[in-house]
Design a protein around this ligand. Structure first.
Ligand code: GLU
Length: 311
């Protein structure tokens, strides 16, 4: 029988919480080149559910910067227009008893931390599990504030997967995150729920993103399983950091793509600088993004973060 090759579908998922900078651009370059070098499709997804951190105008500016760098994509979605879809997934989980309303405040959750936990995600020991018979009961107990929804993480929640770049990764979600949050309220889908629903709905076959999200992946896989959705492949690549080893930020100087553009840099020079850091061209070589399709490989990419120094 002839082998049927699955079509590769990748995605770029910017959060419009600020301007696109070199760090985001480098990760997007890897994601885009991985898809294009395999003849695959690229989905653009604006992840704008993070109010109030989202900045007005940042999404269109990011798309403009990406086009200027030479990126293109085949489809475009905006998460804030898809709330009904996330709500339907949440309703399904609730009907199956796989999530529950929680009235704990952030302070309560912080106070419940035993050992320090990694990253920004807090461990939640399940205080509100089986506490309320319904959402309405929880809402009444918490009024005027609104409960959130949490996933009922099973006790055997060890998830293991083989990352295409980072290698084997495993995590016991019950021990590290516990019952992680799904939504701020029934219509307030959070990152984990939206990303899981969308990766499946958009037919994403491989997720290429920064390795800061590696520890968030096991919870996403658990949720895929609970919703009966396929698990894509994952490829987590190192971030760009400043000289102090911390994730690229304002204190490292102005690394916004728009600023390089305003300063008169041609896009090929920005792309070349990032491509050199991945071993695809020589230092200081200018390189149009299209030309990198033939040179792309994960094999030359360093496994340590790229330490950026303003040229
Ligand atoms: N929107 C997220 C970010 O900009 C990426 C989420 C993902 O790739 O799953 O950090």
């Amino acid at each position: 029988m002839e082998e049927v090759l699955e079509e590769y579908v990748g995605r770029l998922a910017p959060s419009p919480t600020g301007a696109l900078h070199l760090g985001n651009a480098r990760t997007f370059m890897v994601a885009w080149l991985r898809a294009r070098s395999l003849g695959g499709k690229v989905v653009m997804r604006i992840e704008d559910l993070d109010h109030p951190r989202d900045k007005p105008g940042a999404a269109s500016q990011a798309l403009d910067d990406l086009r200027w760098l030479g990126f293109d994509w085949d489809e475009e979605f905006t998460q804030s227009r898809r709330r009904a879809i996330y709500r339907a997934a949440l309703d399904r989980l609730a009907a199956a008893g796989l999530c529950y309303p929680c009235v704990c405040s952030r302070r309560d959750v912080e106070a419940a931390q035993g050992a320090p936990h990694s990253g920004e995600q807090l461990f939640y020991p399940g205080v509100c599990r089986d506490r309320f018979a319904s959402w309405a009961d929880a809402a009444a107990a918490m009024a005027p504030r609104t409960p959130c929804w949490r996933f009922r993480t099973p006790p055997d929640a060890k998830v293991e997967f083989a990352d295409a770049f980072a290698g084997k990764f495993s995590q016991d979600v019950a021990a590290t995150l516990g019952d992680f949050p799904l939504a701020r309220d029934p219509d307030g889908a959070g990152y984990t729920l939206a990303v899981v629903v969308d990766d499946a709905a958009m037919g994403v076959t491989e997720v290429v993103r920064g390795d800061d999200l590696l520890p968030a992946t096991p919870a996403q896989i658990l949720l895929q399983r609970a919703l009966g959705l396929p698990t894509p492949r994952y490829c987590h690549v190192p971030l760009v950091v400043g000289q102090d080893g911390r994730r690229l930020a304002k204190r490292h100087g102005d690394t916004r793509i728009a600023s390089f553009r305003q300063a008169g840099w041609p896009p090929e020079k920005v792309v070349g600088m990032l491509a050199a850091s991945c071993g695809w061209c020589a230092e200081c070589e200018s390189m149009p993004l299209q030309e990198l399709i033939g040179r792309f490989t994960l094999a030359t990419m360093p496994h340590s973060p790229f330490v950026f120094k303003m040229p």
